[in-house]
Design a protein around this ligand. Sequence first.
Ligand code: NAD
Length: 304
Amino acid sequence: MKTLQLKDCNLLVIGLGLIGGSLAKDCVERKVFNKVIGYSRKSETMAKAKELGLINDFEADLETAVSQSDVIFISVPILTTEKIIAAIAPYLKTETILTDGGSSKESIVESARQFLSTTQFENFVPGHPIAGAENSGVHAARANLYQNQKIILTPEDETNKTAISIVKAMWQAVGGQVDLMSPQRHDSVLAATSHLPHLLAFNLVDSLAKNSDYKDIFNYAAGGFRDFTRIAASDPVMWHDIFQANQKSVLTALDQFLSELHRLRDAVEKSDGDYMKKVFMDAKVARDHFSKILEARNSGCSEE
Ligand code: NAD
């Protein structure tokens, strides 16, 4: 692959919501690429993205959009990502670098392997920005979403090194801190740190809302519960896809959590104060450690 400079390349962003729109906006504002082109399902979304300054231009025909682009970032829900990879494969130039932002990686890598040619697959760099929010859609896109945030790339052994460095440079240009790991490790880590907490929040808020006393529950809810409701407001389609795509790792994390929860339930039933204090103290120590990591990241220092 010839030497590529981002500023000579056109970036195509497929899916102009929180993740794609925010990347596009920073790339436009920081003039990272020659041009940022947007593609979405609905023409209103593309027009709105242009009006909001998220993209330089849009292209309603996917084949034309793909053929004009040197780097393509797919940022749609995971099951749709797999369909888009299949749809663009017939007209994806072999030298075009393809990447994505999906929250789980193994199933996307499997689809890419299935639908792309060997050379196209070598230029596919799966990714996941560990940044986001419960808001979605074109209006949720914002500048600096990725500043000092972790970006995980999950290349395979055969992934082209130049393609990896181009995708890495793209994320670094918008302030991201790039780490590389295998798709399997990504999926098991994210199942524990993100997917399980979301599953618990959806479940807690839904089960309390079904309770006949729900008005009192919501009236007297304090900050802790408010945080759960914020997480539970995340996009249902996106999360439906994540739990389908990362089923195995989510079930492993959930089973481990359920066994710890049963142990804690026993302690509450038996008034086992020592056990409860130990769990709460260990959790507090973990929280303090996590806060230090976050502080170091926000001040731009590396952690660990
Ligand atoms: P979003 O709903 O904000 O945006 C998705 C966009 O894709 C929407 O504009 C939608 O109209 C468009 N879209 C849907 N189907 C399409 C299709 N067939 N063709 C073209 N466009 C289509 O979602 P998001 O939060 O930006 O998430 C996008 C991806 O990023 C998902 O795979 C998600 O797992 C991942 N992700 C999300 C977060 C987060 O916190 N929201 C964080 C990291 C990664």
